[in-house]
Design a protein around this ligand. Sequence first.
Ligand code: LLP
Length: 399
Amino acid sequence: MKTRFPLDQFQKLETPFYYYDVDLLNKTLDEVSSLARQYGFRVHYALKANSNVPILRRISSRGYGADCVSGYEVRRALETGFNPSDIVFAGVGKADWEIEFGLDNGISCFNSESIQELEVINEIAGRKGVKAPIALRINPHVDARTHHYITTGIEENKFGINPWDWDKVIKCIGRSANLDWQGLHFHIGSQITDIDVFKGLCSRINEIQAWFACNMFTPKIINVGGGLGIDYSKPDGDGTDFKTYFEIFSQHLDLQYGQEVHFEPGRALVAQSGSLISKVLYIKEGVKTRFAILDAGMTELIRPALYQAFHLIENLTSDRKELLYDVVGPICESSDCFGKAVNLPETRRGDLIAIRSAGAYGETMSSNYNLREKVKTWYSDEIISNEQSTHTPSGKQVG
Ligand code: LLP
C-alpha cells in the first residue's frame, strides 16, 4: 500500500482530480535555479507544460523567466508575476494580435520562425513606433531521438528557419529598421532521454553560430530550448540529472565573451510533482486481462492515447495479490487507455488509482470531449492544512 499520498484526505475528495506535491515541486525548482546560477545560465520555464496559477507563482517568485507560445500564455505569465523583461514568446504561427500584445507589454524577445513573420513583426513594431527584440529560431537538423510527434528539429518539421533561408533572413533583418536582433534560438524536441543528443546539439549550434558570425551576426543570446526528459518509471523525482544536463552545455558550447545561454525546460520542472487521482468505476473481464475502468480518461490525460506514453499506475488502496489489468477511461474511444497489461494489486470498484508523473502536459492538454468538465486541482499544502472535506462541486479549478 502506498503511503506517499494523504489517503484519508483523498477519500473525502471528489474524483478525478489532479494532485501536486508542492514539496517536490519546490525542491526541483530550487535545485534547477541554484544549478543555473552556478553555471551563469538563464532559465525560462515553458508555460505550456503546466500553467496553473499557484505553480506559476512559485516559479516566478524564484526568479525564473517565462517561455510562452501564445498571447494567452504571455498574459498568464504577466498575471502571475513574471517580469515582462523575462518573457520570451515563441511559436510558428503568432497572430497579429499576439505580436501586438507582446510589443505593448514590452516582452524581452520574440523567437521568430520565418521570414514572413519577421516582416510582419517589423511592420507592426513600426506602426507602434517601437523596436521589436527578436531571436531567430533555427532548425538545426538534429534528431532528438524521441517520439516523432514531439520531434521539432529535423528537416521535415515545420519549426525553425532552415539553412537554405539563412542568407535571406540576414538580408531581411538588414532592411528591417524595427527589428532588434538578439540571438539564436533552438528547440529540437521534448522528452529527450539520450543525453548525447544535447552534445550533438551543442556542436551544431557551434557551427551555426560560426556561420552567422562570418556574416557579421554575433548573437548576444544562445537559447538552447527545452526538452530534457524525465524517467516516467521513477515518479518520486530521483531520476532527472540536471547537473549533467547543464554540464554538457557548459563544456560543449563555444561561447563568445558576454554571450548569455538561455534554457526553456517545461516537463523536467513540473512533471514529477503531479499525479492524476482517479477512482475505479468497474472491473470487467477481457480476453487476456481484465479492464479496470476509471472515472478519469483521455480528457484529463491524453499523453498515453496521443504518444503511447508510459505513466506509472498505482492502486493506492489495495495490497491484495497482483493481477493484470488494462487500465482504461470512460471515453468512447479505444485509445482511451492509460496502460495495457498493468500489474496491479487486485483492484475493485471504489479503489483509488494514481497515474503518476502527470504534472507536465496533463492539465494543459485536457479537453472537454464528451462534454466532460475540467477536474479540480489540489495542492499538497492546502490539502494538509485545510482539512478540506466532503465533496466539492466539480468544474471549479483552484489552479
Ligand atoms: N521551448 C519550446 C519552443 C517548446 O516548443 C517546448 C515544448 C519547450 C520549450 C519545453 O519543452 P520540454 O522541456 O517540456 O520538453 N505535449 C508533449 C510535449 C510537447 C512539447 C512541445 N514543446 C508531451 O506531452 O510529451
